[in-house]
Design a protein. Structure first.
Length: 112
């Protein structure tokens, strides 16, 4: 990708927009957190803080279901912090998580 950045900076310098790091537009942030090890680690840490009889009721942190739910949470946080693209395995769960983030961002507290 480096040669593309060099090409853009050399040939489109006249079109640079202030505050966009020299790009014609602000680059999108891609997050590919789907089913990654840090999600499994985070879920296992959360399980370890639960009473044993409660933790036993959850599926294993190795299950696709748990990893996809953890991925949805990671996607929600990423979008809250400016991610513009997500790479996921479970599109439905990520879409729902992002829809909730967008809904929360648009929420306005009614004024009296």
């Amino acid at each position: 990708m480096q040669p593309l950045i060099v090409f853009i900076s050399q040939h489109f310098a006249a079109f640079q927009v202030p505050g966009t790091c020299g790009f014609l537009f602000a680059p999108l942030i891609l997050v590919g957190a789907s089913r990654k090890g840090f999600i499994k680690t985070g879920l296992a840490a959360a399980d370890s803080r639960l009473p044993s009889h409660t933790a036993a009721t959850f599926p294993s942190v190795d299950s696709t279901e748990r990893l996809d739910m953890g991925t949805a949470g990671a996607c929600a946080v990423a979008v809250m912090h400016g991610a513009g693209m997500l790479r996921v395995h479970s599109v439905d769960r990520a879409r729902d998580a992002v829809a909730m983030v967008e809904s929360i961002k648009r929420f306005k507290v009614p004024e009296n």
